[in-house]
Design a protein around this ligand. Structure first.
Ligand code: GLC
Length: 453
């Protein structure tokens, strides 16, 4: 008995601790009365859309060497001022941007109204550090909203919680003027006279402006929290009050997960895995998420960056997102003159070509039921309402034969998606063998559409 006692205690402890873990997950406090079903409905258009355009544009387009240049090179406001003085986007025509986004099949867009550098593309009444005070002399956010809305694209705003220009924003570990070595005294010295409460009001006021002055806003992408030591999180931003205000002003809006409100059942609408590989996306299956990705590594225009993703890599990201039940938001960093550069245009053109022919395997689709085995090297997506299964041919079969393992009795009809041309089916034991033309169609990743029983 004496021997068994410690064991029993141990088991009791394990039981109690697993019970409390479970209950704490279930009883996260809520900030609203929305039910899970209502949330799914609110987000339906976004889940159906699957594909959006991110646009990172600000003064950092002038140095053209990363949107974090101010941080990386520890640039002061005084030195950074030259980019404000020189900002003159004479080729800015958001109608062109919107047309390109639409052609590429992107259903929503998210523009940086203010990035970490603090410069506002919109006409905020709380600062002079804004586009209207530059040679552009106008509210560039308004023009973006009008242009994208006219193309039927949903409107999103990115707004940086961080601000490296505001005099009251306390210097922290990612600030350009951070100390060389972290210590309480170093930060205290640097932050003399800075007042986070004042910055918090500024932030609240600007978010209020953005959600009051531009009509219906579909998405708000707030960026970002780093609640570790010498960082900032929900108490700094007063995230609870902020999200309440956001939902009050725009009841239907969809908000990302970077406000540090993970302790609340409804503090975030979607996860934001950033620049992860297509393989890693499998981890998010079953959650609500959007992966954000760049063409070349940085978000802002970076002239000398040569690590541009290939057309195939971009398609892989798009297909892998859908096939794991998530969205892809792909970023363009326009130049300081206000256009997409030729590399971005090429990438978007190739996506347009593919999406024109194959978008049915993306929109309204998600991961396929487990009953369908994934043919080797391929990726599946599935439209449950239309009862269509899409096989993305990452490796085109050299002999023109595609084996669908265990598909006998499950498929009614097979065709190429891009031209609805029939693909002959043959039963082989438990499998189905499709006959494809030996010559691969012109699409980098052709798609087979299967009507399922
Ligand atoms: C990061 C970076 C930022 C970029 C964002 C997009 O948080 O700070 O530059 O805007 O990711 O996801």
């Amino acid at each position: 008995m004496k021997k068994l006692l410690p064991l029993a205690c141990c088991m009791l402890l394990i039981l109690v601790s697993s019970f409390t873990n479970e209950t704490s997950a279930q009883t996260k406090p809520s900030l609203s009365n929305e039910t899970p079903a209502q949330k799914i409905k609110r987000m339906q258009w976004w889940t159906d859309a699957r594909f959006g355009m991110f646009i990172h544009w600000g003064l950092y387009a002038l140095p053209a060497r990363h949107e974090w240049v101010k941080n990386q090179e520890r640039i002061t406001n005084e030195t950074y001022q030259k980019y404000f003085d020189e900002f003159n986007p004479d080729l800015f025509e958001p109608k062109k941007w919107a047309k390109e986004a639409k052609a590429a099949g992107m259903k929503y867009a998210v523009l940086t109204t203010k990035h970490h550098e603090g410069f506002c593309l919109f006409d905020s009444k709380y600062t002079d550090y804004k586009a209207t005070k530059t040679a552009a002399k106008r509210d560039l956010v308004k023009e973006y909203v009008d242009a994208f809305r006219a193309e039927g694209i949903k409107i999103g705003f990115y707004y940086s919680l961080i601000d490296w220009h505001h005099p009251d924003f306390p210097i922290d570990k990612v600030h350009p003027q951070r100390p060389l070595t972290d210590s309480d005294t170093a930060y205290a010295r640097l932050n003399k006279g800075r007042d986070m409460a004042k910055y918090r009001t500024y932030l609240y006021n600007q978010v209020t402006e953005l959600l009051s002055n531009y009509g219906k806003i579909d998405i708000l992408w707030l960026d970002f929290s780093y609640p570790e030591k010498y960082g900032k999180g929900k108490n700094d931003w007063n995230s609870v009050a902020l999200i309440k205000q956001i939902r009050k002003l725009q009841p239907g809006i969809i908000v990302d997960n970077r406000l540090d409100l993970g302790d609340y059942a409804d503090g975030e609408d979607f996860d934001t895995p950033e620049q992860v590989s297509p393989e890693e996306l499998a981890k998010y299956k079953g959650k609500t998420w959007e992966t954000c990705q760049t063409f070349s590594g940085s978000w802002g225009y970076y002239r000398d960056e040569n690590s541009w993703k290939t057309h195939r890599q971009l398609l892989d990201l798009l297909i892998s997102s859908t096939s794991n039940g998530g969205n892809l938001i792909l970023n363009v960093g326009p130049t300081a003159r206000g256009e997409f550069d030729y590399r971005a245009n090429n990438a978007l053109d190739s996506l347009s070509h593919w999406m024109h022919a194959n978008n049915k395997s993306i929109y309204y689709c998600s991961f396929a039921p487990d009953t369908y085995q994934v043919p080797s090297n391929d990726k599946l997506t599935y439209n449950a309402a239309a009862k269509r299964l899409y096989v993305h041919l990452f490796e085109y079969p050299a002999d023109g034969k595609l084996l669908l393992p265990g598909y006998k009795g499950k498929i009614k009809y097979a065709q190429f998606l891009h031209d609805n041309s029939e693909l002959k089916m043959m039963e082989q034991g438990n499998d189905i063998l499709l006959t494809l033309p030996e010559k691969k169609p012109v699409y980098e990743i052709p798609v087979v559409e299967l009507t399922v029983n």
